[in-house]
Design a protein around this ligand. Sequence first.
Ligand SMILES: [Zn+2]
Length: 479
Amino acid sequence: MKNGVGAPLAAIAVIVVAGLATYFAGRSEAPVEADAPAAPLGEVASAPELGPAVSAVVGEGGVAEFMLDNGMRILVIPDHRAPVVTHMVWYRVGGVDDPFGLSGIAHFFEHLMFKGTEKIAPGDLSRIVARNGGQDNAFTGHDFTAYYQRIAKDRLPLVMELEADRMENLNLSEENVATEREVVREERNMRVESDPTAQLREQMSAALFLSHPYGRPVIGWDEEIQQIGRQEAIDFYTHHYAPNNAMLVVAGDVEPMEVLDLARETYGLVPARELAPRAHPAQPPRLSETRIDLAHADARLPMLSRMYRVPSYKSGEPGTAEALDMLTAILGGGATSRLYRDLVVERQLAVSAGSYYDGSSASLGEFGVYAYPRDGVSFEQLEAAMDEVLAEMFNAPPETGEFERARTRLVAAHTYEQDSQFALAMDYGVSLTVGLTVADVQTWPDRIEQVTPEDVQNVARTYLIKKEAVTGTLSPLTP
Ligand SMILES: [Zn+2]
């Protein structure tokens, strides 16, 4: 992102879209990559697969998915409340695809995509979008890189043309690469080196994921960013930036066929390319708890946090990620959650406490708990209290009232999110890029309704294993 490396993603889960999941076959298009995302799950399993050789339309007047001849996926989310569109291109490439020794190249490359083409001067794409009343940006995660514009619907052809142009004709000059390297290093400096919380998080992730690339920062290690040159950038572009590795998401005041026709005239003209196969690195077992204690002069507040590797929506058995979403709602979602009530309100050991679950990843997800101690409270005291709250969760299922209130809050938050066209496009984009389906997205509220209090107890006991976790503390360093 010009303004950050996929920062909001931890807060985004799979979403809710109303509409019947009635699938029917659309027009037939060309075959696609063999490793295309999986078929729909559950009740729609007999419907045409959304991957190879098929286009499908989902829901009457609802979300539609297509495939161009060159293998580019298209998702249209009609939203007629205002004459605007959110136009996004998602590439199935991210930090996990950074070659060994070149961490940060996926994010670096995101910056290079703004450096112009034969037709467009460096920085002009954003200027053209702004001149037409729109906004644009991009972001990079471990599993994806995405570019977007939010603009009046009559300017959709313009942004599609611009985006298709840089998919194929980017100007990767020595000068562009050298200039942007310094911009990226400065971004790292601002976002990580000058933020002790980000530094602790980076160190903890590296420990948690061992050799799996989720342990490498998306922004890259500075020493490795410095190794990225023009040839590395050209190789990355050639192997990952192609229509057959991309998905177009258009949410807004449009009809699916209108978008398909425009896509054929723009993205449809970009030839498919042979892609570098994606690696599937192992998630090695963690045999022992790791502790990282960071003392830093710039730290303002002491903080205790713990990270666990847990299943994601993609990697987990059916129902597991849903139960983990319910677990974090009960344990750490807001002022009525257990961690907050116990550590902040009742025992007054912390000024804040909570938990999070990021299940929107292609491989394992991450679960975290954290608390900020009050003055005079030691990390030992706080951690012991946190472990007691967790132990209660392991020992008994949540009682019905607490469980139902948490579920209502969780589903309501997602329903509320539907009001944002950008959030809708974002959630479909993340979900489909990590290998989930439109049906997975649409059936999410129903699946949350099926989670039981015993399921929540069960995932807590099964996955929040302290000896496989990484626990970190951050302390202000007083001179
Ligand atoms: Zn950036």
